[in-house]
Design a protein around this ligand. Structure first.
Ligand code: MN
Length: 246
């Protein structure tokens, strides 16, 4: 069997040192490494392709990984922009929302992280809390990077028993990092929340009836030394394998 090809979406970053207005594709290396460790072949998807090219590339991959990133334009979920919402990129929003909708409708395995978790909710009709610190009373810091350490444990999450996440984790409580200031608000129709932080923030979701469509608000790619975080990537690649052989 051929090795599963896992498409990872990218951001576009300006690098003015390379020239005025010079843009570069950008992807966090830890995601591709976690996919490779799982036995998959990571491939990066540019986010400013035409819909035709995006579709052709999507058709070539066996599964999708939507990684972390900046804020989604609140217009995508019919909300006024909160002053604390960051700059958004319409090209990336469009590409990722489109891919999430295709994957949901067509049974394509998908795993989404942080921004990706939020993209999935918006793509399927949900809304977002735009700024947790100013909108939600919480004893937790959901943007927790002491000494700039991305793997620092910020809070626990309570996992719904019977969910895919509980099965993979073999526990209903996880210790996670947290590098987000937005979160799922109204849950999209059809999505099932599978984990909450103790303050009520939605930390994981899945799409029932889909072979593999899961999202987490934390960053498992920074926690792969601790069980069960690498297993989440392993499961994505395994789902891609099953899709190839079916
Ligand atoms: Mn969190």
């Amino acid at each position: 069997m051929r090795q599963p090809l896992i498409g990872i979406t990218t951001a576009i970053l300006l690098n003015e040192r390379a020239g005025a207005g010079a843009e570069f594709y950008s992807a966090y290396t830890a995601n591709a490494r976690a996919v490779e460790r799982a036995g998959g072949l990571p491939i990066l998807i540019p986010c400013d392709l035409s819909d035709e090219s995006l579709r052709a590339l999507y058709d070539r991959v066996d599964a999708i990984l939507l990684p972390g990133g900046g804020d989604i334009d609140p217009a995508a979920y019919r909300a006024e922009r909160n002053p604390n919402t960051g700059k958004s990129d319409a090209r990336r929003d469009h590409a990722e929302i489109t891919i999430a909708q295709w994957a949901a409708a067509e049974q394509t395995p998908l795993f989404a992280i942080c921004r990706g978790h939020q993209v999935v909710n918006v793509a399927l009709g949900g809304t977002l809390i735009q700024d947790i610190p100013t909108q939600i009373e919480s004893p937790y810091d959901h943007y927790y990077t002491p000494d700039q350490q991305r793997h620092a444990i910020a809070h626990t999450v309570n996992v719904e028993s019977g969910s895919w996440l509980a099965t993979i984790a073999q526990t209903t409580q996880l210790h996670v990092n947290s590098l987000h200031h937005q979160a799922m608000e109204q849950v999209a129709p059809g999505l099932r929340v599978t984990a909450y932080a103790p303050d009520g923030i939605i930390e994981a979701a899945e799409l029932p009836g889909h072979p593999f469509f899961h999202s987490v608000q934390w960053h498992p790619e920074d926690l792969t030394a601790a069980a069960p975080m690498q297993a989440l990537f392993d499961a994505l690649v395994e789902a891609a394998r099953q899709r190839i052989s079916s």
